[in-house]
Design a protein around this ligand. Structure first.
Ligand code: HEC
Length: 201
């Protein structure tokens, strides 16, 4: 009886050692007990894509913040969709900038642009930011190019909010008002704005 337990353990041990030898490089080998890595309990800072939370709203492990603890307009849980759908990008073309192109809005857009966008787009939007100059990132489109000059405000708003290809989304960093201020600033850079930045100084 005892001997058979010993043999069984030896065989299991041998199989474990032999099959784990196949691991190496990118291949991590077979997971014998995935629950050791992926806990049964929902972990607030971990979201397994293949296992959406069935209890909380929107399949999120993290709970929504208590009402009014996040600035109004800052977060749009559930409706916030990181994926860019061409349909909504096209549809956004009809959006109009609700803010006036006042020197104040342009200056505020300039400030936010300097903080968030210059590393890639460069100070004057030429697509020559520091990480581009360092050869670490392909140059984004020049704000003075026809391509950007003819991009409707609503599409710019959409791309800044949800991101576009290599460019990340700013929907959680900037409020909608702030994004519209940045759009005014972009116009002031490529000369398509009714009010030039210099008039704010
Ligand atoms: C990590 C680098 C990076 C940062 C940071 C970045 N962008 Fe971009 N941006 C890009 C790239 C790359 C594209 C070209 C995307 C494409 O069309 O494939 C782009 C495109 C755009 C466009 C054109 C969108 C369109 O619909 O064609 C606008 C407008 C824009 N960026 C504004 C901004 C603003 C405003 C910020 C800061 C809030 C910002 N970007 C931050 C890399 C960046």
């Amino acid at each position: 009886m005892r001997l058979s337990i010993l043999y069984t353990s030896l065989i299991i041990g041998a199989i474990t050692v032999i099959s784990s030898c196949s691991a190496g490089g990118e291949n991590t080998g077979y997971e014998y007990a995935p629950n050791m890595y992926n806990s049964f309990a929902y972990e607030p800072m971990t979201q397994l894509e293949e296992e959406p939370n069935t209890i909380n709203p929107h399949g999120m492990n993290m709970r929504e913040p208590v009402k009014n603890t996040v600035a109004r307009g800052q977060f749009d849980y559930g409706k916030y969709d990181m994926k860019v759908s061409n349909e909504s990008y096209e549809a956004s073309a009809s959006l109009k900038n609700p803010l006036p192109a006042s020197p104040k809005n342009i200056a505020q857009g300039n400030r936010l642009y300097n903080v968030n966008c210059t590393p890639c787009h460069g100070e004057k939007g030429a697509g020559d930011g520091t990480i581009v100059a360092a050869g670490k990132f392909p140059p984004p489109p020049d704000y003075n190019s026809d391509r950007i000059k003819t991009t409707p405000d609503g599409k710019m708003f959409y791309s800044i909010k949800y991101g576009k290809n290599l460019m990340g989304a700013y929907g959680t960093t900037l409020t909608p008002e702030e994004i519209w201020q940045v759009v005014h600033y972009i116009h002031s850079v490529n000369g398509t704005a009714p009010v030039a930045l210099s008039s704010s100084k």
